[in-house]
Structure formats: structure tokens, C-alpha cells
Design a protein around this ligand. Structure first.
Ligand code: HEC
Ligand code: HEC
Ligand code: HEC
Ligand code: HEC
Length: 459
């Protein structure tokens, strides 16, 4: 070997090493650890990487729930114009849930991600229509799929984790490009894909099993396939799709095959009960995709849809995100009981309902007085307390009617607005988030309505 080659060798080795490391994320480097969870020598072990686990723990942190607020007082369906799912919720918990939903889905964008801030009742922003369906979906999962989610349940955070579009979703994969016709049907194989844990198995096991309900089980009881359909007729191709799905399920939960299967026989249901959880999980995911996501395909803008114009759909990773239980089993639902029951949906209220565009609360006053009546104090405190946490800015507007002395009326409207501002401050809203508007005169209408102060989302 020449001197030159000798010098080049270590450089080459370093280069190869660097290239290799790029493929395997640093956290995945060995050594890995294992725990036994079956009889010794049966291969019933879970292999895990402590570095990956550590990173996972950080990814599965749970945001703090806003403080509880009393649920008495008027219901959202009575106060607001266009509440269809949450109408029976008191306005305190309603506002609290809006704040939490903002944290879960659109923390950087705020209320305006789903709302036209000029008119909160307006449904023209597509995200609001989607969010309404999502509320129903979440309630449905938590009540109808206890066989899978138990009492742990799910909230918007389970899938969204602070992002408008969940990190893990899937679209139907377009059929293979057959322009080069001499390449036969690859049946989605030999293209290592993340969707199947970087194996060369069929990369879209979702369409057949998590949307359509093709049979997953392929193992026969006989040695040879029969001819009359009585025996197992599953093909190797079908088996490969099944294995593709299994790779996804293992990857999504961060577990090995033996987390669910008995190593003695993969077809047998003896062994870990987790396989039964998974069985229900598969059916639940189909239900979510078919009954909740597909029907709102038309609501989404084109850039949110897949190549074939289909909606983003759910698989096991959407909720689990690498953990055997989403968020390692943290129960967020207990803080949001309204997501654990199903509300009857009402049609939108008739247009004649009082227009409360952008208004969070209206406080009515007695003739000639600027003190806030007790029933409004509670309302202000709940609305304000939750808004303070969200960092939302509000405008306060006082109104006066045309009867009596004009200047005295304006002064009274101002004093009333001050009283509401002070109540908001007392409830924890920082002063720099409150703007006072010039008092306005109300022409016509009921005079009781004119003696009011409104708290609006700042425009
Ligand atoms: C992720 C989407 C989303 C975000 C973010 C959001 N909302 Fe909502 N909001 C909705 C949906 C959906 C409804 C209708 C609920 C129903 O039909 O039961 C609604 C309804 C309302 C209503 C009732 C309006 C009416 O008159 O019908 C108010 C008030 C409201 N939200 C306030 C807020 C505030 C304040 C924030 C920010 C702290 C906020 N929302 C953030 C989705 C959202
Ligand atoms: C089972 C998982 C799951 C849960 C739980 C869930 N979502 Fe979603 N959400 C999705 C998927 C999947 C989409 C479609 C992704 C897309 O928009 O392309 C979506 C989309 C959305 C969008 C549209 C975002 C955009 O920019 O297009 C909003 C808004 C939304 N969800 C709000 C909510 C709210 C509010 C809740 C809780 C009441 C919730 N979601 C619960 C899975 C979930
Ligand atoms: C989270 C639990 C879970 C994990 C992890 C899992 N499986 Fe499965 N597996 C199931 C369930 C549930 C079924 C049956 C599905 C059905 O019938 O709807 C199944 C079915 C199968 C079948 C078909 C059995 C038959 O009766 O024909 C095979 C083969 C299989 N799995 C192999 C694997 C392999 C290999 C792995 C690891 C790469 C794996 N599984 C990981 C839950 C799991
Ligand atoms: C809507 C969210 C969601 C989706 C989607 C989802 N799961 Fe789950 N899964 C959960 C929750 C929540 C739990 C925790 C239930 C509990 O605390 O017992 C869970 C628990 C499990 C468990 C039990 C774990 C254990 O150690 O007890 C298995 C196995 C499982 N899921 C498999 C799956 C598979 C496989 C899929 C995809 C076919 C799937 N899940 C899809 C929410 C989901």
C-alpha cells in the first residue's frame, strides 16, 4: 500500500462514519436495553433505547389546564348566537374550553385561527367548521370508544400538540406510475418507507385497513391452501400488507411485536391483552376516518388535501406518537368533562337572535347607576379569568340612551365602563390588554339594552 493510500484511509473512514450517522438520528445510537415480559427464553421482551425514551418524555408533556370556573350562570346556547355543540355548557366553562382549544390547536395564531374576530358567530372561516366537527369527534371517541381509550380519553392536544395540523396523518397514495410499463406492479414494495418503519413492505397499509375494512388476518390452520375456499386462501401479497400495518402499529406505539403478540403463535389471542386494545383501536380509527374526517373533505382548502383530493386521515401514530399510551397515559380529560359527554346538536339560532358580534359579555345597569350587579360580577370574573391566561386583548364599550341630559348620560356610560374595566383587572386581566372605547349613544331600541357595557375581543 502506498503512503498516499495510508493517509487517505482514516479520512475515508471518517467520511463513511459521518454518512452513516446522518441516517441514524443521534438519539438512536446503541446501546439499547430490554425488559422481559413473558417466560424466559420465549422472546417476550421489549427492546427500548433510553435516549429515545428520554426525548419521547419531553415530546409527551401535557399543558397545564386553565383553572376551573363555575358552570352555573347562563348557558353558551342562550348567550351566544351560533353555538351548536356546546350549547348546554355554562359560559364560564365554555370560554375556558375556547382558551384551552387555542392552546391545543393554535397557540401562535390565537382565537383568530378559527374566528372572524369581527363576528365570533360567523362560520365563514373553514377552521371553525372543522373544529366543530372535531368537538363532536372527540366527544364520540370518549364516549363510544371506551373499549380503546378507557377513561383516559383524548382531547384536541392528544393529536394536535399545539399545531393546527397534527404531526402524523396520512393520505391515500396514488397508484404506481406505470409509464415505464416493463416494470411490473411493485405492489408498493422495495421502497423503504417511514410509514412502515423503513422496511420494504407495502407503504400504504392504511387505505386497506384503516379506511376500508379488508381482512388483516392471513395465517391459516392448515399446511396447504385449499381449493374450495374452506381453507386459508390469503396470498403472500396480503401477508405483506398485514406486516406493513404491523410495522406501523409497532412504530407508532414504540413497541415490539411481542407487546401484543404471543411469540409462540402470532395468530393466537393468548398472551398480552394489548392485542385486544389494538383490535378495537383499528376499528376506532376506521370510524374516525369514515364518519368524521371524510365527510368534511369539502370544507378544507385544496392545499390541505392529498394528491388524490382526499382529506388527511388518522392512524395509530396520530394519537400515540411513539408512546404505548398517548402522553404515557396522562389523563387530560378529567379537567374537561364537557369533552367526555355527547351534546345534542342544535340547528343555528334564527338570525333574529340578539346580535352579539364579537361580544364576550354584556353588562346591564340599573337606571342612573354605575355599580355592577352581582350576577354580572360572576360572569365578568369567569370570562376575564380565562381570557387573562390566553393573552387576548379586549375592548370595553359603554352605551347610553338618548333620554335625559346628554352629558350626564355620557359621563354615566364612562363610569360604567370604568367599573367593568376595574372588575376585569380585579379578575386578573392586565391593564394593557384592556382598551376603553368612547361611549356611544343608542338610537331607538329597548332602553334597558342601552344602559349597557360590552366586553369585546379587540379588533
Ligand atoms: C380551534 C378553533 C377555535 C379557536 C382557536 C377558538 N374557537 Fe371559539 N369557537 C369555535 C367553535 C367550533 C365554536 C362553535 C362551538 C359550537 O358550535 O358548539 C366557537 C364559538 C365561540 C363563541 C360563540 C360565538 C357565537 O356567538 O356563536 C365565542 C364567544 C368564542 N368561540 C370565543 C372564542 C375565544 C375568545 C377564543 C380565543 C381565546 C376562541 N373562541 C378560540 C372554535 C374555536
Ligand atoms: C384523533 C385525532 C384528532 C383529535 C382528537 C382532534 N383532531 Fe383536529 N384534526 C385532526 C386531523 C387528522 C386533521 C386534518 C389535518 C389537516 O387539517 O390537514 C385535523 C384538523 C383540524 C383543524 C384544521 C386545521 C387546519 O389548519 O387545516 C382544526 C381547526 C382542528 N383539527 C381542531 C381540533 C379541535 C378543536 C379538537 C378538539 C376538540 C381536535 N381538532 C381534535 C385530528 C384530530
Ligand atoms: C399494538 C398491538 C400489535 C403489535 C405491536 C403488533 N401486532 Fe400484529 N396484530 C395485532 C392485532 C390486533 C391483529 C389482528 C387484527 C384484526 O384482526 O383486526 C394482528 C394480526 C397480526 C397477524 C395476522 C395474524 C392472523 O391471525 O393471521 C400477524 C402475522 C401479525 N399481526 C404480525 C405482527 C408482527 C410481525 C408484528 C411486529 C412487527 C406485530 N404483529 C405487531 C396487534 C399487534
Ligand atoms: C384517538 C386517539 C387514539 C388512536 C387514533 C389510537 N389510540 Fe391506542 N390508545 C389511546 C388511548 C387514550 C389509550 C390509553 C387507554 C388507557 O389508558 O387504558 C390507548 C391505548 C392503547 C393500547 C393499550 C396500551 C397498554 O399498554 O395498555 C394499545 C395496544 C393501543 N392503544 C393500540 C393502538 C393501535 C394499534 C392504534 C391504531 C390502529 C391506536 N391505538 C390508535 C388513543 C388512541
Amino acid at each position: 500500500m502506498t503512503m498516499r493510500a495510508l493517509i487517505a484511509l482514516p479520512a475515508l473512514a471518517a467520511l463513511l462514519l459521518a454518512a452513516g450517522c446522518q441516517k441514524v438520528p443521534v438519539v438512536e445510537r446503541p446501546p439499547v436495553e430490554s425488559v422481559q415480559h413473558g417466560f424466559r427464553g420465549t422472546g417476550m421482551v421489549q427492546v427500548y433505547n433510553p435516549r429515545r425514551l428520554e426525548q419521547q418524555l419531553a415530546n409527551n408533556a401535557v399543558p397545564e389546564a386553565p383553572p376551573q370556573v363555575p358552570g352555573d350562570g347562563p348557558k353558551a346556547g342562550e348567550v351566544y348566537q351560533n353555538v351548536q355543540v356546546l350549547k348546554d355548557l355554562g359560559i364560564g366553562p365554555f370560554t375556558r374550553l375556547m382558551v384551552a382549544m387555542t392552546t391545543w390547536v393554535a397557540p401562535n395564531e390565537g382565537c383568530g385561527y378559527c374566528h372572524n374576530l369581527q363576528n365570533l358567530a360567523d362560520d365563514s372561516v373553514y377552521t371553525k367548521q372543522v373544529a366543530r366537527k372535531m368537538l363532536q369527534m372527540t366527544q364520540h371517541v370518549n364516549t363510544q370508544w371506551k373499549s380503546h381509550v378507557a377513561d383516559t380519553g383524548v382531547t384536541c392536544w392528544t393529536c394536535h400538540r399545539g399545531q393546527p395540523v397534527p404531526q402524523y396523518t396520512w393520505f391515500t397514495v396514488p397508484p404506481q406510475d406505470q409509464k415505464a410499463n416493463f416494470i411490473g406492479d411493485k405492489a408498493q414494495q422495495n421502497t423503504p418507507a417511514k410509514s412502515v418503519g423503513l422496511s420494504s413492505l407495502p407503504y400504504d397499509p392504511f387505505q386497506p385497513y384503516l379506511r376500508d375494512a379488508l381482512p388483516i388476518r392471513v395465517i391459516g390452520n392448515d399446511v396447504l391452501p385449499g381449493v374450495d375456499g374452506a381453507n386459508n386462501r390469503a396470498s403472500i401479497k396480503q401477508a405483506e400488507f398485514t406486516y406493513g400495518l404491523m410495522m406501523h402499529m409497532s412504530d407508532a406505539l414504540g413497541v415490539n411485536c411481542t407487546y401484543c403478540h404471543n411469540s409462540r403463535s402470532f395468530a393466537s389471542w393468548e398472551g398480552p391483552t394489548q392485542r385486544v386494545n389494538a383490535y378495537f383501536g383499528i376499528r376506532m380509527v376506521r370510524d374516525i376516518n369514515l364518519a368524521y374526517l371524510e365527510p368534511i373533505t369539502g370544507v378544507f382548502p385544496k392545499h390541505r388535501l392529498g394528491e388524490l383530493g382526499d382529506v388527511a386521515k388518522t392512524n395509530c401514530a396520530t394519537c400515540h406518537q411513539g408512546a404505548y399510551k398517548p402522553l404515557y397515559g396522562a389523563n387530560m380529560l378529567k379537567d374537561f368533562p364537557e369533552l367526555a359527554s355527547v351534546s345534542a346538536v342544535v340547528a343555528p339560532a334564527p338570525a333574529a337572535a340578539a346580535a352579539l358580534e364579537g361580544t364576550l359579555a354584556r353588562v346591564l345597569f340599573a337606571v342612573g347607576r354605575a355599580e355592577i350587579a352581582p350576577q354580572y360580577r360572576a360572569q365578568i370574573a369567569t370570562v376575564a379569568g380565562t381570557l387573562a391566561k390566553a393573552g387576548t386583548r379586549v375592548d370595553i364599550s359603554g352605551f347610553a340612551d338618548q333620554t335625559g341630559n346628554r352629558d350626564a348620560n355620557l359621563e354615566l356610560a364612562k363610569q360604567r365602563a370604568f367599573a367593568v374595566r376595574d372588575a376585569l383587572k380585579a379578575a386578573g386581566v392586565p391593564e394593557d390588554r384592556i382598551s376603553l372605547r368612547k361611549p356611544e349613544f343608542v338610537v331607538g331600541g329597548v332602553s334597558e339594552d342601552a344602559r349597557r357595557v360590552e366586553i369585546n375581543v379587540a379588533k
